[in-house]
Write a protein that binds this ligand. Structure first.
Ligand SMILES: O=P(O)(O)OC[C@H]1O[C@@H](O)[C@H](O)[C@@H](O)[C@@H]1O
Length: 202
């Protein structure tokens, strides 16, 4: 299978299609039939399928598929604010904006692309965004699908004018699970955290 990794042509494995609203989606494929679909609306991963064709991401049956609202499902990009911890609307504006494909992104570690299908997306603030959040930035998102079906997201946020700003950020990932009662989140034992469901801090 390593052979595939050497010769896999990531351009040929990438296709642009239109969604139900006429918005571009980038489809990534790997040699074994796994795929990922990324919408230019929000830079949101809306589908991730394994080589059996099974969907790994959840989409709510109450999701609204009409921009600028972001679809409730997949992997939303929350930026420059996560949740309601700030003056912006919940989870910030990046998930509601149109991103563009970045044909010439600044280089990443070359191992990052080896044998993978990937796309680079770019978000820059509009004049309107700058009125609500006056900080110049470029947000670059690389989404890549590996030969083994793993999905990787790499985010790079660049301050354009050198004036310091702070932000919060999250990949709001809706994973599809067969039995929610079997789900455990580990690794928080030593951290302080807010359980937003119970509104309690631990
Ligand atoms: O409804 P939104 O803005 O897409 O947010 C999705 C969810 O985001 C989570 O972070 C909140 O804890 C939930 O309460 C919320 O439902």
């Amino acid at each position: 299978m390593g052979h595939y990794a050497q010769v896999w042509d990531h351009k040929a494995a990438t296709e642009i299609i239109k969604d139900w609203n006429g918005i571009d989606q980038v489809v990534l494929r790997n040699p074994h039939g796994a795929s990922a679909k990324i919408s230019l609306h929000g830079g949101q991963v809306v589908s991730w399928r394994n080589d059996q064709g099974e969907e790994l991401l959840f989409t709510s049956n109450k999701a609204i598929f009409k921009p600028p609202k972001s679809m409730r499902g997949g992997i939303q990009i929350c930026y420059p604010q996560f949740g309601d911890c700030g003056s912006l609307d919940q989870h910030g504006f990046a998930r509601n904006k149109m991103w563009v494909i970045d044909e010439n992104p600044p280089p990443l570690n070359s191992n990052e692309t080896l044998g993978k299908s990937f796309v680079d997306l770019l978000l820059k603030p509009s004049e309107e965004d700058l009125k609500h959040w006056p900080h110049s930035f470029e947000f670059r998102l690389r989404v890549s699908l590996a030969v083994d079906g793993d999905l990787t997201l790499i985010s790079r946020i660049r301050n354009i004018n050198g004036k310091p700003f702070s932000f919060s950020f999250a990949y709001h990932t809706y994973l599809s699970v067969s039995d929610i009662s079997e789900v455990r989140i580990e690794g928080l034992e030593t951290l302080d955290y807010l359980d937003n469901l119970s509104k309690k801090s631990f």
